[in-house]
Write a protein that binds this ligand. Sequence first.
Ligand SMILES: [Zn+2]
Length: 461
Amino acid sequence: MKIEFHGADQDVTGSCHLIECAGKRVLIDCGLYQGGRELDEENSEPFGFDAAAIDCVLLTHAHLDHCGRLPLLAKRGFRGEIVTTGASRELARLVMLDAAHLQEEEVTRQARHANQRARGRAMAPLYTTLDALNTLEFFGRTAQYGSPLAIAPGITATFLDAGHILGSASVVLELEEAGARRRILLSGDLGNAGRPILRDPAVPPKVDAVVMETTYGDRLHKPIGPSVDELYAAIGDASRRGGNVVIPTFALERAQELLFYLRAGVESGRLPQTLQVFLDSPMAISATEVFERHPECYDAETRELFREKRDPFALPGLHFTRQTAESVALNRIAGGAVIMAGAGMCTGGRVRHHLRHNLGRRECAIIFVGYAGRGTLARRIIDGANSVNLFGEEVPVRASIHTINGFSAHADQAELLVWHGATGAARTFLVHGEPEAMRQFGARLQGTRVEMPARHQAFEF
Ligand SMILES: [Zn+2]
């Protein structure tokens, strides 16, 4: 039996790991590389394995960097079964369709701007909406947390709650080949304990080897209480100055978590009753609807709100702006609005329009609440750029910039160490992190052989 690494290797995106056991091939995640433009090319490169030879995909969660190359996998010949939780299946559908739509739009945009000669060259999206729809046909059995599923003779998978986003899971694989047995645990992305809505990550079992994420392997998060205080203060200050607040938001989880805190803030009087909040992301709106359908994933506090028939995500001044015209109309609001829009790293999407209208105004505030990858617009603003280019125009950075990292959907170094300690794993493969975070995290691990796989590297068990 062996494992091969085909993504998120010394990098935070493109998760894709291949397990071979007893003649079967099981893929854990098939995510998209995200960030700079050069990554678009990496996405179209060969996977490093034959898509048609994959028997099953176990999907840990619905973030694009974990499910975003599934339509490409199907397009290249995959005909097996995709297994995931009920909530992940619904969210992955949204995420893949959205990704396909964005790629189609991007190709149209490029074709419009290309000169005559370039136009002759074929430009094609990585995959189309039709490819994404076809992929949905391969979603088979629904995984329940804690219930083992027979994947193939010699391969059993158990999904455990990873507490990262709705429906997220770590996967324990029981492998048997020629009389040898191994237990491998793949972390998926691990959540940050004590956050609202979701349960904390499940305590993992003892295993022989672990493949784990290291997004925040070198950092400790600030506790959530002060982060919420900071959020309320930044919103309060901006509204007193007569400005808007723009929050670049990941559509899954972060948007719903912010709604949860904004509702709590208005209810407790810490935010003005008149606060106008715009969720300016069709995908975040749809994702919020999926959340409402999966209370089985909630922690006790959120289940209690639902039992009392109180919607944890609804506040009096909340507006869902699905249509483009509604989004454009937000540009006319001078102050008093909180605008949540994607993409979270500002690499595209409606948030770039809101930045263009608010970034140059001293009375406004931009609040970053999530991870910002290297090379992204979000990272440049966070790192203190004096001005940034938006739609071919140099926009000065005059708004107050806030980075509030207590909302992270990822475990921090201390949480990752505790989680790893519970596994007792003799071998550890670190993935899904920047090299420095990985190195610092690896240095803290004891009694385990640590590997930081390179792209397409394989290891025998
Ligand atoms: Zn994730």
